[in-house]
Design a protein around this ligand. Structure first.
Ligand code: FMN
Length: 162
């Protein structure tokens, strides 16, 4: 039986919103899915699931969050060979380099990267404040995250049949 773990780190909730919707999409797509914060697990999780969706925002200087997520990912990436992996996360003022670097690591690990990493770019706090006053602040696109989860589920099911 295919089981997927959706493992994420999030401080202000953007990546968490993505994680929840992707998990829902995976379940809608018929995959047994468990959602967890990275602080609730460790690299031994690789032994209990066949596929993974990892979520982490850009932190530090265009890198994964360094206290919890990076040590976890550094450990697990050595053991991802042949595993279907989807990536997602939110970022702010950068140009998304953290996700490009992360994708390259996943590919180099021998994992099977699903599509491109799914991203949500926030606005600067000032722009958000102004737009919010007019009811036009940018919100995470929940329907897109749900659809990403459903597509990943279909991909996993197709792989299983091969
Ligand atoms: C300490 C810190 C460092 C950050 N570093 C970056 C960065 O290097 N590049 C970037 O695009 N955004 C950066 N951001 C913005 C976050 O990626 C963005 O706010 C994101 O939506 C946070 O995700 P979360 O709501 O899941 O915690 C940083 C934010 C914080 C608080």
């Amino acid at each position: 039986m295919d089981k997927i773990a959706v493992i994420y780190w999030s401080r202000t909730g953007n990546t968490e919103t993505m994680a929840k919707m992707i998990a829902r999409g995976l379940r809608d797509g018929g995959i047994e899915t468990e959602l967890m914060r990275v602080s609730e697990t460790d690299a031994s999780v690789i032994e209990r699931y066949n596929s993974f969706a990892f979520g982490c925002p850009a932190m530090g200087k265009e890198v994964l969050e360094e206290k919890e997520f990076e040590p976890f990912f550094a450990e697990i990436e050595k053991r991802l060979q042949g595993t279907p992996v989807a990536l997602f996360g939110s970022y702010g003022w950068g140009d998304g380099r953290w996700m490009r670097d992360w994708q390259a690591r996943v590919t180099a690990s021998g994992a099977e990267l699903f599509e491109q990493g799914l991203i949500f770019q926030t606005e600067s706090p000032l722009v958000t404040k102004i737009k919010r006053a007019f009811g036009k602040d940018k919100k995470p696109d929940e329907a897109a995250y749900l659809a990403f989860g459903t597509r990943f589920a279909a991909h996993i099911r197709a792989e299983r049949r091969r």
